[in-house]
Design a binder for this molecule. Sequence first.
Ligand SMILES: NC(=O)c1ccc[n+]([C@@H]2O[C@H](COP(=O)([O-])OP(=O)(O)OC[C@H]3O[C@@H](n4cnc5c(N)ncnc54)[C@H](OP(=O)(O)O)[C@@H]3O)[C@@H](O)[C@H]2O)c1
Ligand SMILES: *[C@@H]1O[C@H](CO)[C@@H](O)[C@H](O)[C@H]1NC(C)=O
Length: 301
Amino acid sequence: MAAVAWRLLLLPLRLLYHTLRAGWWLLMPPRPRKLTADTVLITGGGKGIGRHLAREFARQGARKIIIWGRTERCLRETCEEIRSWGAECHYYMCDVGNREEVYQQAKAVREKLGDVTILVNNAGVAHGKSLVDSDDDALLKSQHINTLGQFWTTKAFLPRMLELQNGHVVCINSVLSLCSIPGTIDYCTSKSSSFAFMESLTLGLLDCPGVNATTVLPFHTSTDMFQGMKTRFPKLFPPLEPQTVAQRTVEAVRANQAFLLLPWTMHLLVIMKSLLPQAALEEIFRFTGSYTCMHSVKGRT
Ligand SMILES: NC(=O)c1ccc[n+]([C@@H]2O[C@H](COP(=O)([O-])OP(=O)(O)OC[C@H]3O[C@@H](n4cnc5c(N)ncnc54)[C@H](OP(=O)(O)O)[C@@H]3O)[C@@H](O)[C@H]2O)c1
Ligand SMILES: *[C@@H]1O[C@H](CO)[C@@H](O)[C@H](O)[C@H]1NC(C)=O
């Protein structure tokens, strides 16, 4: 009993300590960890945010970059660019929605290039259609790639990270995982599940020294994915640049930050969502046009 009471008494002090320390780090950030010994594997590294992540990890000193994807031309181009800077880069064709392929290519990577110490789950697809307008196969595909793909890649690389007590699992998630919009229902569902996956993984790693996780939740970013998306106040809510997302992601990994909302103003959205009544939230969605913003996106399958 005494032990429980003592812990209960200590808890608010510990909470205060961690909050103050986080505040202090905002002002005086600790020295970020070096990446010179790291082998980074990025899924969907051929284009979009993934290509910028490959560039940024190379620029910030990672030892080896490995990129996965389904389109060889994009992968080759990205690799050639990074090699031209004198950094080491390799690519493998791999569909993360295909479990056997993931395990097979993970084995090939380990045998040829050694252990992966940073895994970046970035590959993703969006079809941009409502539930009723979507092909059943397209609905399944987004779950297979955006959510389940991470099960397979993480299962393939995490055990070795735990053994070495050296590793980092990164997920490029989305603000939509916390705040869904219509017109891309399968995507929102897949990102929400992927967020739960990362929350669970992050807490599960608490007792695993040397292995950490980072989840990045970016707002709309100017890549091919949601091309044509129109919000009502583009000046007020401009899309993020993929290089900004990549740069902030690598910094968050080096600082071992668990969750990163981009831009920081998205925290206000989360606060409002948990406090305001639904009718008030609907006013906000109407006002900002976020419930119709998918109308201008050309759907893909
Ligand atoms: N754009 C946004 O507004 C936004 C906002 C928040 C979060 N995100 C997230 O950021 C990540 C990157 O998206 P992006 O905007 O860079 O989109 P993108 O330009 O369409 O790039 C997606 C990348 O994923 C790869 N990919 C797709 N399916 C794959 C599969 N089955 N196996 C392996 N690779 C696959 C693609 O390559 P291949 O097609 O060659 O395979 C491509 O390299 C996604 O997870 C997305 O959900 C995007
Ligand atoms: C994991 O986190 C610890 C504590 O912040 C840090 O010292 C270590 O460098 C991190 N390791 C990786 C691989 O991110």
